[in-house]
Ligand binder design. Structure first.
Ligand code: ZN
Length: 413
């Protein structure tokens, strides 16, 4: 779903520009104003005090778009309680055929149409929640990280409102369903696949044969060691060989996705897939390399590559080269946050396109490109000051070359 930025610059909440002390997650509301679209709210709330009330949220969503109305690190006037200090708040706009007899008893004059509207809206909402959490480096979906006005009230951090309980019920949904969908979305996003760079590394070390041959065990083999469905006399092109390889490395990719419990970057993933494709997933699962990696010892894990160079008790030159290439790739781009700190010390801010920001989130992901679709390649945890050299949308590129960060969780200094 498209997201557009239309800050409510006349709203006193926007003007106060008070930052949230700690962002714990996202709080969901529904407007209880059937027929009012995202656009009508942007218009109505872009005043100091809409209808004389102190109200302002970070975003509105209908079945077509999300409008971001307040920077994500600024404290909103969303839930009438201390939750305003800790939650990014989004309002679900309600379609005009909806009406209610009490705060949570919702009805619709056209229930099928309403269900369609809500389902589309929820799709966008899930994307919104997962993107915000990912920007914040929050990997857990639970009642603390994804909550509603109603649930906030029960916890004593929000005023006595029932939203969006009644509205969601029209589509047979509740907050638990929303959290489940967020979880699914997050885990499917976190399943990595080998990059073109990783495929190239593997092909470098796997011999290529475009005609079927019998391997040392007498199995018909073709391409980069592909054996499934291969027959005598079969010939393929190099592109087909790469397609076979992509199928064959799937089990290695699954093994790495399932066995590695810590966040790794694309280079580390590619190196581990090459390693696992070569040695088998059993070797990875029993390895000290995996143990060290999962305990957070990246450098210790990297050194373990050097040990896997023997076949039948003999050290093989080919394996030595392969492991050292994998190790190099594994370490590429690591420790970036420390490097970026170092850069700041020798900083010159004369270049007018550059500017300094201070990170306001407790943890902020660094990504390989300007958006949450790009891989996480590091994290900033020090709420430090960094130099941005270029901007795309609400994303800024770090001067260190480490990657991109969401500027929504920073402020200019
Ligand atoms: Zn509410």
């Amino acid at each position: 779903m498209k997201e557009v930025k239309k800050y409510l610059t006349n709203n006193n909440c926007y003007k106060s520009n008070k930052k949230m002390s700690l962002i714990k997650g996202v709080m969901v509301h529904s407007t209880a104003t059937p027929g009012a679209t995202t656009e009508s709210f942007v218009k109505a709330w872009d005043v100091p005090k809409p209808n004389g009330r102190e109200v302002c949220v970070h975003a509105f969503i209908d079945d077509e778009q999300i409008v971001n109305t307040l920077p994500y690190n600024v404290r909103s006037w969303g839930c009438g309680g201390s939750g305003n200090n800790n939650y990014i708040q989004i309002e679900m706009c309600e379609p005009k055929e909806v009406y209610f007899t009490s705060q949570w008893e919702y009805k619709s004059k056209d229930i099928e149409k309403t269900k369609q509207f809500i389902n589309k809206q929820i799709e966008g909402l899930i994307e919104f929640i997962v993107n915000r959490l990912e920007e914040l480096g929050i990997n857990e979906i639970n009642e603390e990280t994804v909550t509603s006005h109603y649930e906030g009230h029960k916890k004593g951090i929000a005023s006595n409102h029932d939203d969006p309980r009644g509205y969601l019920s029209l589509a047979g949904m509740d907050m638990n369903n929303i959290r489940k969908l967020c979880k699914e979305r997050m885990s499917s996003k976190n399943k990595k696949v080998t990059s073109a760079n990783g495929i190239e590394l593997i092909t470098e070390f796997e011999g290529l044969k475009l005609e079927a041959y019998k391997d040392s065990a007498g199995t018909w083999t073709i391409g980069y060691g592909h054996t499934s469905g291969v027959y005598e006399g079969q010939t393929i092109t190099k592109d087909e060989a790469i397609e076979f390889l992509k199928q064959d490395i799937k089990s290695a990719e699954n093994a790495v996705n399932n066995l590695v419990k810590v966040e790794i970057n694309q280079n580390q993933f590619d190196a581990l897939v090459s390693f696992t494709y070569n040695l088998g997933s059993g070797s990875l699962s029993r390895s000290t390399l995996l143990e060290k990696l999962n305990s957070g010892d990246i450098e210790g894990a990297a050194d373990e590559f050097d040990r896997w160079v023997f076949a039948g008790g003999i050290k093989l030159e080919g394996l030595v080269r392969r492991r050292s290439t994998e190790k190099e790739l594994f370490m590429k781009g690591y420790q970036i946050t420390e490097d970026s700190n170092k850069d700041e010390e020798n900083e010159s801010t004369e270049d007018s396109k550059q500017f300094l920001i201070k990170v306001t989130a407790g943890t902020l992901n660094i990504r390989s490109g300007p958006g949450t679709a790009y891989n996480v390649v590091g994290k900033i945890k020090d709420q430090g000051v960094y130099t941005i050299v270029s901007e795309r949308g609400s994303w800024g590129e770090l001067k260190s070359g480490a990657g991109w960060i969401s500027l929504n969780y920073t402020r200019r200094v």
